[in-house]
Design a protein around this ligand. Structure first.
Ligand code: B12
Length: 211
């Protein structure tokens, strides 16, 4: 039996091989991928954030924990995406300009795929123009933006404004999230939806496409 507490510890301590191996073993044994995420992996990253805030962890520790989380996600992602059904909508997703945090964004992308969406992932440090061009070229109904820094959140506002200027506000809907982002901020900048977690992201995306 896979030791799931070891998964928590592996992410917390940045043990990439153990994180990946435990995840693979647990999934082989039939574990629910969402439960692995919600009960072990995300809480471990939350604890990493707390230790960083308390000056017990520094950027190198953040990086190795993030690397362990990503290694485990490599196994989780395909499981979440296993649906086989026709896509219910197309979402362009990215982390906004100047921001390199992508773990939450990757989780949201994986959950959206699992929830039946086709997802075009633009990666990190995405400019408003790149979001809009991609949505237009791909015919996406939704732009999903992630920001983890208070200093990069204005990139969301700029993207909503650029969408309005391009005459696409209304036909392409926007949803936002990330640790410092709030419903209030979404309302202030005119974003169409907000969620503070990846399952909520699927729910609001469904509402946005009327599914
Ligand atoms: C890991 C990490 C890093 C890693 C990122 C690795 C990577 N590939 O992502 C590295 C080391 C690179 C890093 C760098 C920095 N970081 Co950092 N980092 C973190 C940390 C510890 C965890 C973030 C994370 O992955 N959380 C786990 C995921 C699952 O959570 P999440 O991203 O919030 O996503 C969830 C929800 O928010 C939501 N969601 C996310 N996106 C979206 C999008 C949509 C559309 C929706 C609907 C929902 C949604 O769903 C997700 C799943 O539930 C946080 C602390 C924290 N508690 O957040 C600090 C933190 C975000 N970092 C911080 C800082 C200051 C930095 C640096 C400036 C540090 C430095 N001095 O260099 C740099 C900035 C680099 C840059 N330009 O982006 C601060 C930000 C402070 C602020 N308020 O602005 C934080 C809060 C730490 C702190 N307490 O000081 N960081």
């Amino acid at each position: 039996m896979a030791d799931l507490q070891a998964l928590y510890t592996a992410v917390l301590e940045g043990n990439k091989n153990l994180a990946a191996e435990t995840t693979r073993e647990a999934l082989d044994e039939g574990a629910n991928p969402e439960e692995l995420l919600q009960k072990y992996m995300i809480p471990a990253m939350d604890e990493v954030g707390r230790l960083f805030e308390e000056n017990e962890y520094f950027v190198p520790e953040l990086l190795i924990s993030a690397r362990a989380m990503k290694a485990a996600l490599e196994y989780i992602r395909p499981k979440l995406a296993e649906t086989g059904a026709k896509p219910i909508g197309k979402v362009v997703i990215g982390t906004v300009r100047g921001d390199l945090h992508d773990i939450g964004k990757n989780l949201v992308a994986a959950m959206l795929e699992g929830g039946g969406f086709e997802v075009i992932d633009l990666g990190v440090d995405v400019s408003p123009e790149k979001f809009i061009d991609a949505a237009r070229e791909q015919g996406a109904q939704v732009i999903a933006m992630s920001a983890l820094l208070t200093t990069t959140m204005p990139g969301m506002k700029s993207t909503v404004e650029a969408l309005t200027n391009a005459g696409l506000k209304g036909s392409v809907r926007t949803m936002i999230g990330g640790a410092p982002v709030t419903q209030r901020y979404a309302d202030d900048i005119g974003a169409d939806a907000f969620s503070d977690n990846a399952s909520g992201a699927v729910r609001i995306a469904r509402q946005l496409v009327g599914a």
